[in-house]
Write a protein of this length. Structure first.
Length: 226
């Protein structure tokens, strides 16, 4: 199993090294594709990954060590094996105030996606985390509409004890995860600010690891809390 992860990591490393080495955020914005919305399958669409230098990262440059996401790890060490790339953009039709850049932060197995808004002089406006994955295990996903209404779906494990990808999932081979689904709705306004509109929580339940690897969170059929 570890050989597989090593191969995946090396592919990531090769892929990132083969991206355009941008010097500024403005070059990132000019270089990555603008995708149509709505979409829930961004990874399946055409993307051009451009590396974002450390000094240009005004957003949380972290991945998580545990499924609960209580132990973030910041990449401040340039020797760490990681990547942080801009890979696509969303833009609201008729609005020329800002663009929404998809930023992928991660390493071989732990990956996060942020949507970061910028004006067209490359000044950062706001950000929101929209995806969290450990290999194929999906703990946060999103959808977005052409009007920049954003739906973020996440699963928060109920265990107070941290659950780790390698130690618990790979080595101990846990087969299920008890978690609570939380749906959060945001609106990215015409100035590029991310505003939270609502939050909906559901009864916790057990999820098989197979389900977490294959199903979309929004199709979970959970029972809403009253």
């Amino acid at each position: 199993m570890r050989k597989i992860f090593l191969i995946v990591f090396l592919l990531f490393a090769f892929f990132v090294e083969s991206t355009v080495q941008a010097q500024t955020i403005k070059e990132v914005i000019e270089g990555v594709p603008v995708l149509p919305t709505p979409t829930a399958n961004v990874p399946k669409q055409s993307q051009k990954w451009i590396y974002i230098q450390k000094e240009d990262r005004k957003f949380p440059d972290i991945i998580y060590q545990d499924f609960q996401r209580t132990k973030p790890e910041t990449y401040s060490d340039p020797d760490k094996e990681e990547f942080c790339v801009g890979c696509f953009q969303f833009r609201k039709p008729g609005n020329s105030n800002y663009t929404t850049l998809g930023v992928n932060v991660g390493q071989s197995d732990a990956r996060n996606m942020l949507l970061v808004t910028y004006d067209f002089n490359a000044n950062q406006i706001d950000w929101v985390e929209v995806e969290v994955k450990f290999s194929d295990i999906k703990l946060k996903q999103y959808k977005i509409t052409p009007e920049m209404k954003l739906f973020v779906y996440e699963l928060k494990p109920t265990s107070p004890t941290p659950i780790y990808f390698y130690e618990d999932y790979i080595q101990k081979k846990i087969s299920s995860l008890n978690a609570q689904r939380i749906d959060t709705v945001y609106q990215i306004d015409d100035d590029g600010k991310v505003n939270k509109l609502s939050e909906k929580k559901y009864q916790p339940k057990d999820y098989s690891m197979t389900t977490l690897e294959t199903a979309d969170i929004w199709n979970g059929n959970e029972t809403p809390l009253q």
